[in-house]
Ligand binder design. Structure first.
Ligand SMILES: Cc1ncc(COP(=O)(O)O)c(C=O)c1O
Length: 335
């Protein structure tokens, strides 16, 4: 069966979480209850000298989630939502497309709750992701590497249409429970951990779930908060997990009007920042975190004062096979 999904009407937002007493942490126990509540840490050494002393930059470390990425939140939220709507029962097979992290998050949630998982994954997904998926025993359908994550989406759609009784297609790109996860958890955590002082929120766009849900929550708390989205600056980029919207299948949950500003990160500058995060802050972050911190610095250097928060979706450990980023031959950094 496929999940009927609706696109949220523009501007038709409730200003409170849908299920205020039913955030996913209250609906699960054991391992899955550890999803969310990740650390927010202040960045200092990596900030350029032209950022004033009254500007703070903070990063939310999403690799502290049990499945190792921000996508634990969305995967758990989408699975629980499908269960509550009577679309998923133990023994069913979840289907979706992913470039990796959502697949790993689904695998963890599916195994913990008694489901099978079929994942459409571009054949060139990196070795670390494939190894984790294999360890979970996931049924991986490899898709055209040249077609990237859009190719995986097309195959997932076709499988869902051809075998409606075999799969429950969660469709993270069009599933409101994706961005809701961040409205219900990521946003409230940032608000709480900054004591309501956050002034600017910067995040990369993949499905756009983390940017969308967190922005909607923070704006509901303080309409003056500025939300800045970050995309790669070209369709052919090295920022795994992020989408260049202009030439991609645009996610149904993406609302281009939500951001106050759209930034476009150059791959090489972002990757250089990934290396510097490790060398100067001790943060072994993933590639899209480089784009996030690039965006946060761009924003911060234009401010006299403010509290800029960004999100690091996963850890550099998921990219160690990318020799061009963390290769042993690279020169050491540091001040
Ligand atoms: C490494 C990485 N960064 C960023 C993102 C973007 O997150 P979102 O889908 O919430 O926009 C993803 C999504 O899969 C990801 O895997």
């Amino acid at each position: 069966m496929t999940v009927p999904l609706s696109r949220p009407a523009r501007g038709a937002l409730t200003l409170a979480p849908t299920h205020p007493s039913r955030s996913f942490r209250d609906r699960v126990d054991g391992l899955l209850a550890r999803v969310g509540d990740t650390p927010l840490v202040r960045l200092r050494r990596i900030l350029p000298d032209d950022i004033g002393p009254e500007v703070e930059v903070w990063a939310k470390l999403e690799w502290f989630n049990p499945g190792g990425s921000v996508k634990d939140r969305a995967a758990l939220s989408m699975v629980l939502d499908a269960e509550e709507r009577g679309l998923l029962e133990p023994g069913d097979t979840i289907l979706d497309a992913s470039s990796g992290n959502t697949g790993i998050a689904y695998a963890m949630v599916a195994r913990a709750r008694g489901y099978h998982l079929t994942l459409c994954l571009p054949a060139n997904a990196n070795a670390e992701r494939k190894a984790v998926l294999a360890a979970y025993g996931v049924d991986v359908v490899e898709t055209d590497p040249l077609a990237g994550s859009d190719g995986a989406i097309e195959v997932a759609r076709r499988l869902a249409a051809e075998h409606p009784d075999r799969y429950v297609y969660l469709d993270q790109y069009n599933n409101d429970a994706n961005w809701r996860a961040h409205f219900d958890t990521t946003g409230p955590e940032i608000w709480r951990d900054t004591g309501g002082r956050v002034t600017h929120w910067v995040a990369g766009l993949g499905t756009s779930g983390s940017f969308t849900g967190t922005t909607r929550y923070l704006r509901a708390r303080n309409p003056d908060i500025q939300a800045i989205s970050v995309q790669p600056d070209s369709p052919f980029h090295g920022l795994e997990g992020l989408k260049f919207m202009e030439t991609s299948i645009v996610p149904g949950i993406y609302d281009p009007d939500l951001a106050d500003q759209h930034l476009f990160a150059p791959t090489e500058e972002a990757l250089e920042l990934v290396r510097r995060l490790a060398a100067e802050e001790g943060l072994l972050a993933g590639l899209s975190s480089g784009a996030a911190v690039w965006g946060a610095i761009e924003v911060a250097r234009r401010l006299d004062r403010g509290v800029v928060v960004t999100l690091f979706p996963d850890s550099g450990e998921r990219y160690l096979s990318h020799g061009h980023v963390f290769g042993a031959g690279r020169r050491a950094h540091g001040r």
